[in-house]
Design a protein. Structure first.
Length: 376
């Protein structure tokens, strides 16, 4: 079966209401990102069935299958991608392995959801986007912040004129993993060569969410600095070298002329985890969260306008909560991911303008970040 036919069958299956079979590459038995986010998300969204998983070895895959109750387990991505019961392959491993695993899944004619960052740098992301385009299969990149109900709520408020004409926007966020201490599982993000840095992860997710609400920033200028060159492992007390920047500052201009300023600081701030202000001629919106990752939430939306001198809660309308089985706070790692899965089904069914970003979008987001770094 050719890739175009596979894409048509995937859409037909989604429209019929039959669940899409999902195979996850990287669903470990204990503590993996896929376990904390994709697993509960898929189980909370009707229309998907977790059919298979693969890990680095057959033995570890069997352990994970037993723990999570997944019927088909494989010791390689190629075996998973060849499985007839898998319609959508989810790549949820470390960034340096993304391109190889995505190529394997695409070569099997399968639709692919790849975590963000899409590639280890722009060149890899563009290569993956080209491969996906040549295969003509639906793809998703894990930029799920724009699917978070609180971010969708903010987008609609701005579009409906709540703040009037946007004058400026300001974001301050904390990048916990790039601070004075680091967990034993997070050493890999301290090495800039791995492509999973504060710039690409929390800042990249924020930039995409911001663009979904206010439009793509123009004249984007990004500056980074390394104020810390090491972090201490919280369990062993050993120093771990840190080559990833722990300070990211960006400025830009939004469509219509409004200005934007973003500052991410490594570590957890005692003052501000995450604060995003949108200031306009008629009012203000403020989005806050305890952590600097917009895509992880929980996100609170407040606003004030007209003669109001302060802020008041602006609860997310129930109509925007598409996955009622998850709680925005208790299930924070899975919450936006689940809404992205829900919206991907909508996209496949042709219900309006596509919402979930594909590989071409992911490559463009990589390009915006690298172009901003290169700006004079």
């Amino acid at each position: 079966m050719n890739a175009s036919a596979s894409a048509s069958l995937l859409a037909e299956r989604a429209r019929s209401g039959k669940p899409l079979g999902v195979g996850i590459i990287g669903l470990g038995a204990h503590g993996s990102w896929a376990e904390r986010s994709h697993l509960p998300a898929l189980r909370a969204v009707p229309g998907y069935e977790l059919s298979a998983l693969s890990t680095s070895s057959k033995e570890s895959a069997e352990r994970s299958g037993q723990v999570h109750g997944v019927p088909r387990v494989f010791g390689s991505a190629a075996e998973l991608a060849a499985c007839d019961e898998v319609d959508l392959v989810v790549v949820a491993v470390k960034v340096p392995h993304h391109r190889e695993l995505v190529r394997t899944a695409l070569s099997a004619g399968k639709s692919v959801l790849c975590e963000w960052p899409l590639g280890n740098g722009l060149a890899e992301a563009e290569d993956m986007a080209r491969q996906a385009r040549s295969r003509a299969v639906p793809t998703v990149v894990g930029l799920q912040a724009r699917s978070h109900p609180a971010v969708v709520h903010a987008r609609r408020l701005v579009a409906d004129g709540y703040v009037g004409e946007v004058l400026s926007t300001t974001v301050v966020g904390s990048g916990g993993a790039w601070g004075a201490t680091v967990g034993p599982r997070d050493h890999y993000v301290l090495d800039a060569a791995n492509g999973a840095t504060m710039l690409t992860i929390p800042f990249g997710h924020l930039l995409d969410g911001l663009a979904s609400v206010l439009g793509e920033p123009e004249e984007l200028r990004i500056r980074t600095a390394s104020r810390r060159t090491w972090s201490m492992d919280r369990e062993t007390g050993q120093r771990v070298p840190m080559t990833a920047a722990d300070q990211v500052v960006a400025t830009g201009r939004l469509p219509g002329g409004a200005v934007a300023a973003v500052h991410y600081r490594g570590g957890m701030s005692r003052g501000t985890g995450f604060r995003w202000e949108i200031n306009g001629t008629e009012g203000d919106l403020v989005l806050t969260a305890p952590v600097g990752h917009l895509q992880l939430g929980p996100v609170t939306v407040e606003g004030g306008r007209s003669t109001s001198a302060g802020l008041a809660p602006l609860p997310v309308p129930e109509s925007l909560v598409r996955v009622p089985g998850l709680d925005a706070r208790a299930d924070a790692p899975a919450y936006a991911v689940a809404h992205a899965y829900r919206r991907f089904l909508d996209d496949l069914c042709g219900d309006g303008t596509p919402v979930v970003p594909d590989f071409a979008h992911g490559a463009a987001r990589h390009r915006s970040i690298e172009s901003g770094l290169a700006a004079p």
